[in-house]
Design a protein. Structure first.
Length: 166
């Protein structure tokens, strides 16, 4: 069963984009901070962290998990764009914490006739997943800033952000 879609359509946001140039100001490329976070619409990363456009590189995916593409993006951000700090953000009540990889892959295969070549990335404990991802970043030779990566758990009920240590 698919959730009911709400919010603006592509047409709605394109209409908003037409007014964007009215107060547009170019931003320098490069930032000290990279943030890897879940794509959940309840997590407003820029507002939560008080970020303005250009303050950080924000990388989002389902679960905020450390995929090969996230690692690629972090390596580029660090070696080519000046990133020296990495922040990982997971959250409470994450859909990925309820996702069984095998069952989801089976569902996709049944619906499309093909199994995904990628791992969906479900986990059971967001804090433990953060610890594992911080350890994986610390061991990645392509991302030296990963050794100092910090992990945080956002509470979708009260808006608090709590640090999770290795």
């Amino acid at each position: 069963m698919n959730p009911i879609s709400t919010g603006p359509s592509v047409g709605d946001v394109l209409a908003n984009a037409e007014g964007y140039t009215a107060d547009f100001a170019p931003v320098e490329l490069g930032a000290r901070l990279a943030v890897v976070a879940c794509m959940d619409n309840r997590l407003d990363v820029t507002r939560l962290l008080g970020l303005a456009n250009g303050d950080a590189f924000v990388i989002r995916n389902a679960g905020g998990i450390l995929t090969d593409d996230v690692r690629r993006s972090l390596a580029i951000a660090q070696h080519a764009l000046g990133v020296s700090e990495i922040m990982l953000i997971h959250h409470t009540d994450c859909g990925m914490s309820h996702l069984d990889d095998q069952a989801f892959a089976d569902r996709l295969a049944a619906e499309t006739g093909q199994r995904p070549t990628w791992r969906p990335g479900g986990f059971t404990d967001p804090a433990q997943d953060l610890r594992e991802e911080m350890a994986a970043l610390a061991a990645d030779p392509h991302i030296p800033a990963g050794a100092e990566a910090r992990g945080f758990l956002y509470d979708v009920e009260d808006g608090t952000l709590t640090e999770v240590t290795r």
